[in-house]
Every structure is written in C-alpha cells, then in structure tokens.
Design a protein around this ligand. Structure first.
Ligand code: ADP
Length: 499
C-alpha cells in the first residue's frame, strides 16, 4: 500500500509560503497562466501569510483538458478499485490532520481546538466513508417482458466543477470530491479567495495517491475563475456551496448548457425551545447550533431561537453565561474557543447588522465573552458574540443571513405560533426542536420546512446523512450514499431483446 510521501509540516506559516502562488493542474503545482497572485491574510492579525494564484479562463481550459483525459481511464477502473484509492486518500489525509488543521486556522481565523482540527479530521473521514461505497453504484433490473432483459446502470457524468466557500473549506471540498471521484468522475475545484491554501494542500496530499489530472485545484476571483469553469462546455455538472446570489448566477449559466447543479446555499435556521425542554441541554445545543466557535459562520447556524415564555428568561441567562465563558483569541492557541471573522468586508457586514439591531426599538443586544487583549491581535477581525432579545421574526436581523456570531432570541406563547414563525423564512436548511414531549417532537419534525430536522440535539454534518435544504437554501443533497448516486451519476436504461 503506498504510504504518504509528503511529510506533515506543522508550521502553518512556512507551509503557507511554500504553497503560495500555485494551482494544481494535471498533477503539477504551477502558477496561473496570467502569472498574477493575490494576498492571503490571517484574519486574526491582518498580516499577509502568503499569496494565491489568480487563475482565470486559460487555467480553466488547461484543467478541463487534464480532467477529461484522466477521467477516461478512471471510469474504466472497477468501481471498488476507485473506492480503494479514495479510501487511500483518506489514510493519507489522516496523517496530515494536525497540519491541515493548523493551516485552516491560520487562513480562516477559526480556532484550532474547537473548529479547524475537527474539520481536518472530518475530511479524512469523508474519504474513508466514500471509499467504502464503490460497489454501491448499483442499477436495477426492471420487469418488462420475459424475452427482454431491462436494466438501469449508473454512469459517471464526466468532469465535475466544484465551487467552494471559505467557512469550512476543506470539509466542503471533501463532501464534493470524494463522492464525485468514487462515482467515476474527474473534478476541478475552485477554492474561495479567502481560504485557498489548505484546500491546495489537501489536493497535494491526494495527488500522491490518485492519477494526475483526476482532480485539479484552481484559485482566483469568483466571476473571473469560477465563471469560466461553470460555463466551460467540457464541464458536465456543477456542485456549489456559497451565497444565494452566486448560486442563482451559477444556476442560470448551467441552464444554458442544460447541466445538473447541486446548490447548497444559505440558511436562517430556527431552533424551537419548548418550556418543557431540558434547558441545560437546550442551552448547550444553542452554543453548538449557533456555531459560536466558528464565529457563527455557518449555513446551519441557529440564528433564530424561539423560546417559550415560561423558559425564556432562564434560557437567556444560561446562554449568556455559557457564551461569556468562551475565550476569544489567537486561533492557533489551544485555549481559544472563538477566533476571528474571515475578512474585512464580512466583518463590516456583521457589525452593520449588530448596529441595526441595537438601533431597533424593543431589541436588546447582549454582548458576550470578551475581545482578546493580546497586542498582536489588535488588528484582528474579532466580534463579540451577540444575543438579541426582544427580536421579531419579521425584522431584517431575523430574516437575512448575517453569517456572524449574532442570534435572535424570540419569545413565543404557544406551539402553533412557534411553528408558523419558524417556517416564515425564505430559507429552509436546518431546524431543531427541544422538548420532552414525543408528540410535539414528531409533529414538528413533519411540519418544519427544512432539509435537516433534529430533536434535542444539534449535530454537525455526518458523512452518511443527507444534507441539503429547501426554498432558498438550495437544490440537491450532499453527503451520504444518496448524494453520490443522485448527484454524481447519470442513470441509463438498457433493454436487451433476446427474442
Ligand atoms: P461569499 O459571499 O460567502 O464569499 P460567494 O457565493 O460569493 O460567497 O462565494 C462562494 C464561492 O463562489 C467562492 O469560491 C467564490 O469565488 C465563488 N464565486 C463567486 N462568484 C462567482 C461566479 N459569478 N461564478 C462562479 N463562482 C463564483
């Protein structure tokens, strides 16, 4: 079994410099055709840590040619052999968890202990999980006529374009690459401008195991690099995670070519806390659900928390105390729970929503935790988590995705009112309900308009569970066997007439 030849580099600064200015095309690290780069910054300090290659249409052409060539041989392999190689990538990535976690922490500002290291281990797990699914690419036999054998088979689509955001860059990349590869496709990833280096490193690690060109990584501007990738005639499927606006642009371009898309977009996920809930568990669930450890930068963030009157005040006090106890600081420090916001524009956006909330009559902002005092972090993009009480579900704060550590706590009287308000949203990604009453739990599970409903818990993405939203939250599912079958293959019907 081939061993990972790259040695983990636990100095993320050195690694960021080493990876600077490179794309991965056809199995080789190379500069962009334009020769241009753009800086990558550490959000916790504002310092440049390296540079990313500014890929564009010429690089997309090269990557599509390399991918199309590699895909031909890959699709001919037995599907279990493809799975074996993808599982081997999982093992190689597993050897680099600490290294990848540190690089993610450096470029995204997410704390190593609570977020970035966890993300790197989920990446390895996704490859391991999908690696075992090679032989599950099954078709069906269909009863038709005794002298005809009628069946369906699953065929790869060809070259898949995968466009990823910055909030969980390597995990969201793995959720797209691993099933696409096992299904027999080649992949071209376009990484986010803000977090390109860990994604490049993960691809470099996989490159030791997989044939050159089978997956390629581009970095660059959204419209200038992602745009030509979506529009390229050699790309037969696009899978995207990001904003609703960009998702719609991609959908329109894909419509011109009539190719399938998977879109994982935003959310404004409700969490309903009934008065009979176990409040300790619900408060812990709100901390996880709101992803305070990720500065709230999550599509599934529990950013609308509906609490029944009788439990409201206790819930607010308990949640405030819990978030107050979280430590904001250097993402690479093991003591840190909460790191920095990804970029200056995102920081300004979050702050403007906080100001908007503070100026709204009836709303009260409870600022939690404390900004770091360390001098080297004074230019860092740190935002104190904010709990807004007295919020209304029809306010902009409760309707628009903030993608920051800001949640609304909305008091309600009866269950029907909570369900109605929870569903009164443009989004429908995730939802949770907290109650000891089984009937209420089951009723809410059916009625909540979301792709992912949980009762008395708030788990993050799991490799084997389908994940994806309804309404403006997107189209199609990720993770699970279903996503590999439904979103990375074509189904072909074959009839053999033996009459
Ligand atoms: P965010 O606002 O969170 O950065 P975006 O949806 O703009 O979310 O970005 C998510 C990903 O989509 C990034 O990799 C970005 O470069 C890419 N992107 C942005 N605009 C386009 C576009 N017009 N076509 C293709 N990809 C794009």
């Amino acid at each position: 079994m081939p061993q990972s030849r790259l040695q983990p580099n636990l100095d993320p600064h050195a690694l960021a410099r080493e990876l600077s200015g490179k794309l991965l095309i056809g199995g080789a690290l190379r500069p962009a055709a334009s020769g241009r780069t753009f800086p990558v910054e550490n959000p916790a300090t504002g310092e440049a840590i390296g540079a990313a290659a500014e890929g564009g249409a010429a690089d997309v052409d090269l990557a599509v040619a390399a991918a199309a060539e590699a895909q031909k041989g890959w699709a001919k392999l037995a599907s279990r052999e493809r799975g074996r190689l993808v599982a081997e990538c999982g093992r190689a990535l597993n050897d680099h968890i600490e290294e990848l976690g540190r690089l993610v922490a450096l470029e995204t500002g997410k704390a190593l202990r609570t977020e970035s290291r966890v993300e790197a281990s989920v990446v390895a797990d996704l490859f391991t999980y999908y690696g075992g699914l090679g032989s599950e690419l099954k078709g069906e036999t269909v009863p038709f006529r005794p002298d005809m054998l009628t069946m369906t088979i699953r065929e790869p689509i060809g070259v898949v374009g995968a466009i990823i955001p910055w909030n969980v860059p390597i995990m969201l990349m793995a959720m797209k690459i691993a099933p696409a590869l096992v299904a027999g496709n080649a992949v071209i990833v376009k990484a986010a401008e803000e977090a390109p280096l860990a994604a490049l490193r993960a691809c470099q690690i996989m490159n030791q195991v997989l044939p050159p060109g089978l997956f390629n990584l581009l970095t660059g501007d959204g419209p200038a690099c992602g745009g030509p990738l979506v529009a390229h005639k050699g790309v037969g499927k696009v899978t995207f995670t990001g904003s609703v606006e960009t998702g719609k642009i991609i959908y329109r371009t894909a419509a011109e070519k009539l190719i399938p898309v998977t879109l994982e977009l935003g959310g404004k996920s409700p969490m309903i806390v009934m008065a009979d809930a176990d409040l300790d568990k619900a408060v812990a669930g709100a901390v996880t659900g709101m992803r305070f450890t990720r500065q709230g930068q999550s599509c599934t963030a529990a950013s609308r928390i509906f609490v029944q009157e009788a439990a409201h005040d206790a819930f607010v006090d308990m949640l405030k105390a819990k978030v107050d106890a979280m430590k904001m600081g250097d993402p690479l420090d093991e003591a840190t729970d909460i790191g920095a916001i990804i970029s200056r524009p995102q920081y300004d956006k979050v702050m403007s929503y906080i100001r908007m909330g503070e100026e709204t009559p009836g709303m009260r902002a409870l600022r939690c935790s404390a900004l770091p005092q360390d001098g080297k972090l004074k230019r860092g993009l740190f935002v104190q988590p904010v709990l807004f009480t007295g919020a209304r579900n029809d306010s902009r704060i409760a309707r628009e995705e903030i993608f920051g550590p800001v949640t609304c706590i909305i008091k309600f009287r009866d269950y029907e009112e909570a369900i109605r308000q929870a569903n009164d949203s443009d989004y429908g990604l995730a939802a949770t309900i907290w109650t000891r009453d089984l009937k209420t739990a089951l009723d809410a599970s059916h009625r909540l308009e979301a792709g992912f409903v949980q009762v008395n818990q708030n788990l993050v993405v799991q490799s084997n569970l389908s994940y994806g939203g309804v309404k403006n939250s997107g189209l199609g599912k990720e993770a699970s066997l279903e996503s590999m079958l439904e979103h990375f293959t074509h189904k072909k019907t074959i009839i053999i007439n033996m009459g």
